[in-house]
Design a protein around this ligand. Structure first.
Ligand code: 5RP
Length: 258
């Protein structure tokens, strides 16, 4: 029965090619092997998570997986999952989330993460934090010695008084050499305003924090101080949430950190 033939995984191709995109696909496919029929999944956002959506869609279509439903972490993922044929549930309607699969911007040696450079950190943290198991899928370039080493650490803020909130965020790191923070903007075709604030799926803005050499100090304390600021909704440090990290390496091997 041709309909029951499971489409081949990308593992072999990755070993041969080893491009970053192939590695993302390998990690995603490895994580999807952890999915069982009947599970409710947290569906991540980003280019790596997109490979997991495609793989899930393929496996549902050929009947290798049945009765799987997903809770999408962004509007983009909701649209992609819909096209892939993955049945979906809203967060409050899912009795429980068995497993979430999502990418990350950075993974430190304790499996703490930076997420949200794609702008979806709030829904990701709500859904992935609600589930039993959170499997992170990355290529090895995402492994870092310290969070904040490779780029922005996003903080979602309400639009009202956003520059006031930006000032309060700056105060948390007052005097820290190499620290800076700014509102994330996007280009617009409107010639009157070349840049406008990036707006999240929740109608909020994003403040981007930058650290010269990563975030030093007690991450939980820093997290608490940020969350105490009225106007901050959530930040992109995911501390102690990942249960497994699937890493696809350039040499063709795949390791699972837990
Ligand atoms: C989106 C995220 C993504 O998971 C993260 O940005 C990684 O994306 P990609 O897989 O495209 O590298 O947190 O908010």
């Amino acid at each position: 029965d041709a309909a029951l033939v499971v489409p081949p995984s990308a593992t072999a191709a990755a070993a041969a090619v080893g491009t970053q995109e192939e590695l993302k696909r390998v990690a995603a496919h490895r994580a999807v092997e952890m999915v069982e029929s009947g599970m409710t999944l947290g569906l991540g956002t980003g280019s790596t998570a997109a490979h997991a959506l495609d793989r899930l869609g393929d496996l549902l279509r050929c009947g290798a997986l049945r009765g799987v439903a997903g809770v999408p972490t962004s509007l983009k993922t909701e649209a992609h999952a819909g096209l892939a044929g993955i049945p979906m549930l809203a967060l409050g309607d899912a009795p429980r989330i068995h497993l979430s699969i999502d990418g990350a911007d950075e993974v430190d040696p304790e499996l703490n993460l930076i997420k949200g450079r794609g702008g979806s950190l709030l829904r990701e943290k709500m859904i992935e934090g609600a589930g039993k198991r959170f499997v992170v899928i990355v290529d090895e370039s995402k492994l870092v010695p310290r969070l904040g080493c490779t780029g922005a650490v996003p903080v979602e803020v309400v639009p009202f008084g956003c520059f006031h909130t930006l000032g309060l965020i700056r105060k948390v790191f007052d005097g820290l050499p190499g620290f800076s923070a700014r509102l994330r903007t996007v280009a617009t075709k409107d010639t009157a305003a070349k840049e406008v604030p990036f707006v999240t799926d929740n109608g909020n803005y994003i403040v981007e924090m930058f650290f010269d050499d990563g975030i030093r100090g007690d991450l939980r304390e820093i997290s608490d101080r940020l969350l105490q600021i009225t106007g901050v909704v959530e930040h992109g440090m995911f501390l102690g949430l990942a249960t497994d990290v699937v890493v696809a390496k350039k040499d063709g091997s795949v390791i699972v950190l837990d």
